[in-house]
Design a protein around this ligand. Structure first.
Ligand code: MF3
Ligand code: CO
Length: 248
């Protein structure tokens, strides 16, 4: 069932999303050679709690941290630990906050120091594909229009979209209906209505789309070892078009 949110609910969600975006910004600024992913995770948790929120990933299906931090060939769900980030790494950070019963969720890939042209192009294309998807998230369009827009943009640049993981509805649950794939056909799937809140989150690989999960049960990596990037916003479908909620 897809839950439509009232204006009052959107206001509360906006606060969860603001905190989520602030925490992501804090991590982005702290990424430098030598910092460990656990240190970044602690900064994110401290920020979220200071703002009155709760980290919503923590304990979600047993997930042990505030943020997922995935480096280079890691796609998503990297568990923070003692790994030090080095110059040249691209670092995908995914995190969210909950406040007053509502969730926010966002992600971005950051560069540590100077990165390759190849990595830069991947990051730019992935970020831009998210905005293509958001642009298609208009009342009256269908869910497939979002996936189609993302996939077209990505594949036109020779990259591939991950299919095993998808975006999602979000609200009083971090993951609600509908699923929001980053691939699809125009005019297919459920119709988008004002009051829907969804997280659009393209995961883009330089190589082929296949991924696998490491024995830690969480970390998703590309099967071919190629670099991967990930950007995500929580958005609301409004009568005036898509509204990005995860902004500071
Ligand atoms: N919030 C992530 C997503 O973008 C899911 C993270 S799973 C968790 O949908 F267990 F780490 F929370
Ligand atoms: Co998400």
């Amino acid at each position: 069932m897809i839950v439509l949110k009232t204006g009052r609910e959107l206001k509360i969600m906006k606060e969860a999303c603001r905190i989520s975006a602030g925490a992501l910004q804090v991590i982005g600024k702290a990424i430098e050679p030598g910092v460990t992913t656990a240190e970044l995770d602690r900064m994110a948790e401290a920020y979220i709690r200071k703002e009155g929120g709760e980290p919503n990933f923590k304990n979600y299906e047993g997930y042990p941290a505030t943020a997922c931090i995935s480096i280079n060939n890691e796609v998503i769900h990297g568990i923070p630990g003692n790994r030090k980030i080095v110059a040249g790494d691209i670092v995908s950070v995914d995190l969210g906050a909950k406040i007053n019963g509502y969730h926010g969720d966002n992600a971005a890939t950051f560069a540590c120091g100077d990165i390759s042209e190849e990595a830069k192009r991947l990051m730019d294309a992935t970020r831009e594909s998210l905005y293509e998807g958001i642009h298609a998230a208009r009342a009256g369009n269908r869910i497939g229009d979002i996936g189609f827009a993302v996939q077209q943009y990505v594949e036109a640049r020779g990259y591939s979209v991950v299919r095993q993981f998808v975006g999602h509805g979000i609200g009083t649950q971090m993951h609600e209906a509908p699923e929001v794939p980053n691939f699809g056909n125009p005019g297919r799937g459920i119709r988008l209505l004002p009051g829907m809140t969804i997280a659009i989150e393209p995961m883009v690989n330089i190589g082929n789309p296949e991924v696998k999960v490491l024995p830690d049960g969480w970390t998703v990596i590309t099967k071919d070892g190629s670099l991967s990037a990930h950007f995500e916003h929580t958005i609301a479908i409004t009568p005036d078009g898509p509204q990005i909620m995860t902004v500071v």
